[in-house]
Design a protein around this ligand. Structure first.
Ligand code: NAD
Length: 501
């Protein structure tokens, strides 16, 4: 099968591709950390050379402004490569004192979604390569121009013995998931996440699921400045036309600040996109007809008040949905039933924060949670909720924090990645303890072996017990040095005058 833009990988070629990657892993080339670095440097150079092609591909897929693709898809990947190149020698070091080696897992598959089609397939790829794996990439068929751009980038700059791309839809991905990998890394919706988890279970392999969910924003009555709050919330809603996994899903706002917040939201929309966002080159489109219809069905069924945000109308032929704010939404409104993934913002007013948190806590743990208020209010929210990540007084930006673990919890995901967390996700932590053949001496060594019967062997269980207790004692002795050093440091600090501490 094929799309008009990419040729799908023939089903019977998929297992050969995976076998090729398994064979090249066995050759051991990726054991060499300098070879891994060379691949990452080539990817960095390729991203520079392909920057315009990639940005144009995303524009062709769903109308996102090329500048935003550079900000959100290309620069973060370059930053992540830089982090890996700077730190991977350190990440690859065995942990002391137990001598835990970081070894590559083998051959891994990375299945990407369409909404940030470059970053969400290349960020995990960086961790997989840095850790020394060979990789099969499966870009989303829903963003075919981007999928082709990924293939061009990979074939142009990476070794075909190390990374291959498989194209296709459900049939091809189903075939791919039948293959044995040492790790399955998937980003997308939870329904397919379950399919991927089952495939990993079939092979008793590891799995990372980067999923979604309804990420709330809570705006407290004690927020110090509603201006930046409104800007950051509306940006977090409308970036990528609401098609962002950690994008704002809905707002819970205290009654005393709601009217002013809405006024500021409306200003933001007009300033960013004008009265006719459909004519703005910066306002993206919905990815396909199916999603356009899904979103419009929800908007048409809401019992809330749809506000007038601009002067144009939804347009199915153009897959356009204007920025939409819905006020007076209740907890049981259709807009609250599932992740929106749309430029539609439901607003729920609260009088009691505990009631609002009760709602959040009685639903699936979201991928992100945002709280705008005083330090005390924000901390109260974080202490009384659960989510993949959380951010005070901003939205989405925790993704840019670098070397922070990114991942969901419960239905919003399994596992984490970014920076060292990616390296660890794609590594096997192998404990390797080296002993001397001559120690303990054979006479002592014999106490762990049968026979145990007879008087002459009665000492063995006691001796064996003693040997086992020697092991923690030995570990304690190893710890004495660092312990003494720590105590000495503590004494030094205590001796310094308070002003210099
Ligand atoms: P999608 O439709 O592009 O699907 C993702 C991948 O799954 C594609 O490669 C596709 O080929 C494959 N796939 C689809 N159906 C399949 C099937 N039946 N069997 C096997 N494979 C199949 O992307 P999507 O799922 O629409 O993405 C949107 C969702 O992803 C949202 O829920 C969003 O929150 C979530 N998401 C999460 C993150 C994150 O980092 N946590 C990032 C982006 C998107």
């Amino acid at each position: 099968m094929s799309d008009t833009i990419v040729t799908y990988t023939p089903i019977d070629a998929i297992s050969t591709t995976v076998q090729d990657m398994r064979s090249s892993f066995k050759k051991g080339t990726m054991r060499d950390i300098s070879f891994r670095k060379q691949q990452l440097k080539a990817l960095m150079a390729g991203l520079r050379a392909h920057e315009k092609l990639i940005a144009d591909a995303i524009t062709a897929d769903f109308g996102r402004a090329p500048q935003e693709s550079i900000f959100y898809d290309i620069l973060p990947v370059q930053f992540e490569i830089g982090q890996a190149l700077l730190n991977m020698d350190k990440w690859a070091q065995p942990d002391k004192p137990a001598l835990v080696r970081k070894e590559p897992l083998g051959t891994v598959v990375i299945i990407g979604p369409w909404n940030y089609p470059i970053r969400l397939i290349l960020l995990p790829l960086i961790g997989a390569l840095a850790a020394g794996n060979t990789v099969v990439l499966k870009p989303s068929e829903l963003a075919p121009n981007s999928a082709r751009a990924i293939e061009n980038l990979v074939t142009d700059c990476l070794d075909p013995e190390v990374v291959r791309v498989v194209h296709g839809g459900v049939a091809e991905t189903t075939e791919l998931l039948k293959q044995r990998f040492e790790h399955y890394f998937y980003t997308g919706n939870g329904m397919v996440g379950k399919i991927v988890a089952k495939a990993a279970a079939e092979h008793l392999a590891g799995v990372t699921l980067e999923l979604g969910g309804k990420s709330p924003v809570i705006v407290h009555e004690d927020v110090s400045d509603l201006g930046p709050a409104a800007t950051r919330i509306m940006w977090g809603k409308l970036v990528n036309a609401g098609q962002t996994c950690v994008g704002v899903d809905y707002v819970l706002v205290h009654r005393s600040v709601k009217d002013r917040l809405i006024e500021l939201f409306l200003n933001y929309i007009e300033n960013a996109y004008g009265r006719l966002p459909q004519k703005s080159a910066d306002y993206p489109r919905i990815i396909n007809d199916r999603h356009w219809q899904r979103i419009m069905a929800l908007v048409n069924s809401t019992k809330g008040t749809v506000l007038h945000t601009c002067d144009d109308q939804p347009d199915q032929n153009d897959r356009y949905i204007p920025p939409t704010i819905v006020d007076n939404v209740s907890f049981d409104d259709p807009l609250m039933s599932d992740e929106l993934f749309a430029p539609v913002l439901p607003i729920i007013t609260y009088d009691s924060l505990d009631e609002a948190l009760g709602y959040v806590n009685s639903h699936d743990q979201p991928l992100a949670l945002y709280s705008f208020g005083s330090d005390k209010s924000n901390e109260y929210v974080f202490a009384n909720t659960r989510s993949g990540g959380a951010l005070a007084n901003d939205t989405v930006f925790h993704l840019a924090a670098g070397n922070f673990p990114f991942g969901g919890t419960g239905p919003s995901g399994v596992g984490r990645y970014m920076g060292k967390y990616s390296f660890d996700t794609f590594s096997h932590h192998r404990s390797v303890l080296k002993k001397a053949i001559a120690f303990p001496p054979p006479s002592v060594d014999s106490l762990r072996f049968p026979p145990y019967q007879g008087e002459e062997n009665a000492w063995k269980p006691k001796g064996f017990g003693l040997l086992l207790t020697m092991v923690p004692l030995w570990r304690l002795m190893v710890s004495v040095g660092p312990l003494l050093r720590g105590m000495a440091k503590g004494r030094d600090m205590a001796a310094k005058p308070a002003s210099k501490q």
